[in-house]
Design a protein around this ligand. Structure first.
Ligand code: FE2
Ligand code: FE2
Length: 196
C-alpha cells in the first residue's frame, strides 16, 4: 500500500495543480506527524519521571505517531517532496509543548492531545474531501492508497482524542485558554507548513 501511495506523488498523469496540491499534503502531514511524535516524546519523558503509571498510555499513542511519522517520511523522501524548511522549529515547538503540558499535569497533557487531535482530525478530513472530489472518476495509481493511509491515520487521531477526553482533558485548568491556544497554534503551524 505504501509503495503505491508513493507513486501518487510522482505520478505524471496529474496536472501541475494536482501535483503541487499533493506535495503540499505530504509536506504538511509529514511535519504534523513529526510534531505529534515529538509532543508524545516530551510528555513521555516527563511522565516517566513524575507519573510512571501514565507512561504506558502515552507510549501507546506515541508508538502510533511514530508509525504515522515514518510513513509520511517514506512518502516524502521517496516521492521527492521537499520537507518543510521549518522542521527544526516544529521539532522544538512540539517537544516543548509536550514537556510543558505534561509538567502542568495529566489533565493538561490530555487537554493538549484533545486540542491537537481535534485540529488534525479536521485537517485530515479536509484533505480526504479534496481527494474524493478531485479524483472522483479517475483511477490514478496511488491515490486510493494515499486516501486509505490518511483515513487510517485520521481514525487513530480521533481515537487519541477520545482517550484524552476519557482520561480527564476537560478537567484541565484553565481548559479553554489551554485548548484554544493550542488549537490556534496548530492551525497556524498547518498554514505555514503547507507553504514553507
Ligand atoms: Fe498522527
Ligand atoms: Fe495522534
Amino acid at each position: 500500500m505504501l509503495k503505491r501511495a508513493i507513486n501518487s506523488v510522482k505520478h505524471t498523469n496529474l496536472t501541475a495543480k494536482q501535483q503541487s496540491k499533493i506535495q503540499k499534503i505530504v509536506r504538511v502531514d509529514q511535519a504534523g506527524e513529526l510534531g505529534a511524535d515529538y509532543i508524545y516524546a516530551g510528555q513521555h519523558l516527563v511522565f516517566s519521571n513524575t507519573k510512571p503509571a501514565l507512561a504506558p498510555l502515552i507510549k501507546h499513542m506515541w508508538e502510533q505517531e511514530i508509525h504515522h511519522h515514518n510513513t509520511f517520511d517514506s512518502i516524502q523522501t521517496e516521492g521527492r517532496v521537499r520537507p518543510s524548511l521549518l522542521t527544526p522549529v516544529w521539532k522544538a515547538a512540539a517537544f516543548g509543548l509536550g514537556v510543558g503540558t505534561a509538567a502542568l499535569g495529566k489533565e493538561a497533557a490530555m487537554a493538549c492531545t484533545e486540542a491537537v487531535e481535534t485540529v488534525i482530525g479536521g485537517h485530515y478530513n479536509t484533505q480526504l474531501r479534496w481527494l474524493h472530489k478531485e479524483f472522483a472518476d479517475s483511477d490514478i495509481e496511488g491515490i486510493t492508497e494515499l486516501k486509505e493511509i490518511i483515513k487510517n491515520f485520521r481514525d487513530d487521531e480521533l481515537e487519541h482524542l477520545d482517550t484524552a477526553v476519557v482520561e480527564g482533558a476537560k478537567q484541565a485548568v484553565p481548559y479553554y485558554l489551554l485548548t484554544e491556544t493550542i488549537k490556534t497554534g496548530c492551525r497556524v503551524a498547518i498554514w505555514i507548513a503547507e507553504r514553507v
